[in-house]
Design a protein around this ligand. Sequence first.
Ligand code: ADP
Ligand code: MG
Length: 695
Amino acid sequence: MSDIVKVPDIFGSDVFNEATMKQRLAPETYCAWKKCIETGTSLELPVANEIAEAMKAWATEKGATHYTHWFQPMTGITAEKHDSFIAPTGDGKVIMEFSGKELVRGEPDASSFPSGGLRATFEARGYTAWDPTAFAFVKDNSLYIPTCFFSYTGAALDKKTPLLRSMDEVSREAVRILRLFGDTTTKRVTPSVGPEQEYFLIPRDLYAQREDLRLTGRTLFGAMPPKGQELEDHYFGTIRTRVSNYMKDLDEQLWRLGILSKTKHNEVAPCQHEMAPIYTDANTACDANQLVMEIMKKCAAKHNLVCLLHEKPFAGVNGSGKHNNWSLGTDTGKNLFSPGKTPAQNAQFLVFLAAFIQGVDEYQDLLRCTVASAGNDHRLGANEAPPAIISIFLGDELNAVVESIINGASYTDLEKSMLRIGVDVLPSIPRDTTDRNRTSPVAFTGNKFEFRMLGSAQSIAGPNIVLNTIMAEELGKFADALENAPDFDTALHDLVRDALTSHQRIIFNGNGYSEEWPIEAEKRGLSNLRSTAEALPAYISPKNLSLVTKRGIFTEAEFIARYKIHLETYAKILHIEAMTCVDMLRKLILPAASKYAGALSQTAAGKAAMGVSCKAEKALLARLSAATDRAYDKCEKLAHDIEVAPTGTVEDAANYYHSVILPQMDSVREDADELERLTDKSYWPYPTYSDLLFY
Ligand code: ADP
Ligand code: MG
């Protein structure tokens, strides 16, 4: 019985959350903190000291001996440096100390984090500053303090700072719109985010035997097993005991950290699973998703499993993504993407909808770039994930409404002949009949948009920064037009109709996997940026640069730095993959094939000497040798081409790895996989797809 966990008791028990603060802080201190997060002002040092003291007392009771400023550098994962609380008392003893200064500001030696040129070595230090809107927590005997990370000159070196800036922007502009609709109470609008996380679990001992998995996170070789995902017997199937024990353990750890892990199930591919949390504000969701990814990996080790977060660990079965459910909510509890019941509510909903559609259309390339990575390139456009073309799925009901607005024509469900925004009642848009179109990259799902192009391994900060920013931009433009309009209703109607008309091309309710769609999309003028190397130059186009700088999300230098880091990372990943590819060929695959060929020749020679037929051995030998020769030649060419890779600009390197190296890796894989199919399993040097996926 002692094994039974009472979820409400453990939920958030390792978080210094609002309830704990209320309980542990003096009322004035608690109010000062509350005021600071509501108004965005900074804390007075005495208040910070008191909070630090209370945090330390609470954390040490939970077994913490250290504290760390926890931040999200541009690597896309988190970073931490731990300091213990100890302070010498002079008599050979120590006490546990933690000051407001230490809480609020840190100086990790940050010279090895990517800065994209933002930081000269003489000012290599990075600084961290407490984000009081995110809660501190205890994990692995340390007090974790969520922080922003920036350079000596104040340039953002992380993913949290621009996310917070974008949240402020969209709030400001959304509130302007709400005021126009007579809402005088809403003070803040917050983007809400629920990221559904996919992952693979495979046995740890088998993983350890695969150099490609260990070094690159994905299999670079591997012949297809006789069975893949075609029977669809894994999707929502019974979860096997080892995995369900893992999931139970994972949930418990996440709940303790106040993460709202809600849904878990098997996914389409064998060994693939998903976890979906209940949505929270974008900042919390982003922190939480980082923790989810980290704990998913750590927890797997305890169960003798390995959690693969790579977007495409195995060829031939589905890869992993992340569905980013996104909406806007008011501090009074309203979801701004919920279609309303009165004409005024509907009109307001349509303004937000039109702004979203306009923003996604105008900045489709920017949004595309936020999900560009070496790993995700294997998914997007591969008929298992959305295509690389951005479009919006609205569902039949909402689409009919949009069309009737554009055409000024009658909406079939309406008695009136024409739909006038702000005057007529829209038909209610039922929640669940909307999207089951899984082929769409951006889908309206009743009261939120689901952005489905994210890779499973990536930080959700980038996509949400852009969603918030484009929304802020379009709402801002709308507010400018409406605030000065002589006749609000007419202006509103024209504005929504014009926006929907000009940007209707981005709406696509058909099958995104079909062969016709890319052709149709091209006719519509939609961008189709197939790979990271092709996509990223669009990231820093004058239009995108102007958006992010005007909105104060990034300075030009910060933005360009990110572009460089993304390209550089892309080239580096491909470089590592290519090197691993050569290494495995030379040291494992070719030797195994040769050894088996040697054994076969001996058998054949022996048989021949005895006058017995060795037809099969000879035929097999011939095929084996031919494939070995091809693989050898390709391997040597690949090794050579890696060596002569351009070392000039990041653009050159990225393009080279994309157009010269990657195709060679694919090509040599064909021969290596052929060798795997031909070789006696006892000679094969590492676990096969069957071993890994059907254990
Ligand atoms: P499904 O997509 O399977 O129908 P749900 O719509 O219930 O399931 O939720 C899927 C994800 O969307 C969950 O992570 C959930 O928290 C999130 N979600 C639901 N409502 C919102 C919202 N208003 N804003 C952001 N995310 C949301
Ligand atoms: Mg969903």
